[in-house]
Design a protein around this ligand. Structure first.
Ligand SMILES: NC(=O)c1ccc[n+]([C@@H]2O[C@H](COP(=O)([O-])OP(=O)(O)OC[C@H]3O[C@@H](n4cnc5c(N)ncnc54)[C@H](OP(=O)(O)O)[C@@H]3O)[C@@H](O)[C@H]2O)c1
Length: 244
């Protein structure tokens, strides 16, 4: 893939991986459109990077997703890359009735939204040069960490969906990527930490983004990054090790 002169919509770019993709693609002379729910973060990014195009949007909300697509196609008809990145991660104790609000939000954000966004954009992307849909899954798509059961299930599901999407679109010009990050040092799951600013460890974001950008450049359509490669290769064999 050519990594410059694209028009790219990235969901969930107010922090972490989405934010790192946005800044990297901006540096590489692309038009970058980002969305997220936190208006203060969006405004700070807009002040710092005046070229970035921003939209406050909750992709867990179907109407806001549909409005986002309509707005993006109308205002940025050259849009040729969608990065389905936004995600949330909750722990769940399955001895107790699950928190339905969290369950719905996690499934809507991590699974339903990327599917609806991808399919709302396919007709538009078919005519574009260097077109791509890039889904961000996880190493945990291949083997679950049992304390976050729904998160892992949504990532396994997005892995499966991405394979089918790639297959169905194989005769179009749209490349369908899956980037599966390992644990990366971002804000993901920070609401579980006592000190919200505390790192959960994981790969530094700069290392992640270097490898992920190279994978996209090299057309590695399924790209587990760093230690996620081992999870992809060994799959459920890793379950007892990961969960001990
Ligand atoms: N970090 C890891 O260890 C890791 C590992 C594997 C996979 N991943 C995946 O990487 C992706 C990015 O996560 P991250 O690690 O960068 O976490 P993060 O720092 O928490 O970023 C998540 C992003 O998603 C956005 N978001 C969440 N819900 C949204 C919604 N309903 N509507 C719009 N935006 C929403 C957040 O923005 P707002 O809060 O402003 O809405 C934020 O910009 C996720 O899909 C995650 O599952 C991460």
């Amino acid at each position: 893939m050519q990594l410059s002169e694209n028009t790219i919509l990235i969901t969930g770019a107010t922090s972490g991986i989405g934010n790192a993709f946005a800044l990297e693609f901006l540096k590489n002379n692309n038009t970058v459109i980002i969305c997220g729910r936190r208006e203060d973060r969006i405004n700070t990014l807009k002040n710092e990077y005046p070229n970035i195009i921003t939209k406050v949007c909750d992709i867990a909300n179907a109407k806001q997703r549909e409005d986002l697509v309509r707005w993006a196609i109308e205002n940025y008809p050259n849009l040729n890359i969608l990065i389905n990145n936004a995600g949330v991660q909750y722990a769940a104790d399955l001895h107790k009735p699950i928190d339905l609000e969290k369950l719905t939000n996690e499934v809507d954000t991590n699974f339903i939204a990327p599917i609806q966004l991808a399919t709302l954009f396919t007709a538009h992307l078919k005519d574009k040069k260097n077109a791509a849909i890039i889904n961000i899954s996880s190493g945990l798509a291949f083997v679950p960490l049992a304390f976050m059961p729904v998160y892992c299930a949504t990532k396994a599901a997005i892995h499966s969906f991405t394979m089918s999407l790639r297959y169905q679109l194989k005769d179009t010009g749209i490349k369908v990527f899956e980037i599966a990050p390992p644990a990366v040092d971002t804000e993901l799951g920070h609401d579980r930490r006592e000190d919200k600013s505390q790192s959960h460890g994981g790969l530094p974001i700069s290392d992640f983004i270097t490898e992920a950008m190279q994978a996209i450049k090299d057309d590695l359509l399924e790209a587990p990054i760093a230690t996620a490669k081992g999870l992809r290769a060994k799959g459920e064999e890793m379950f007892p090790i990961l969960n001990k």
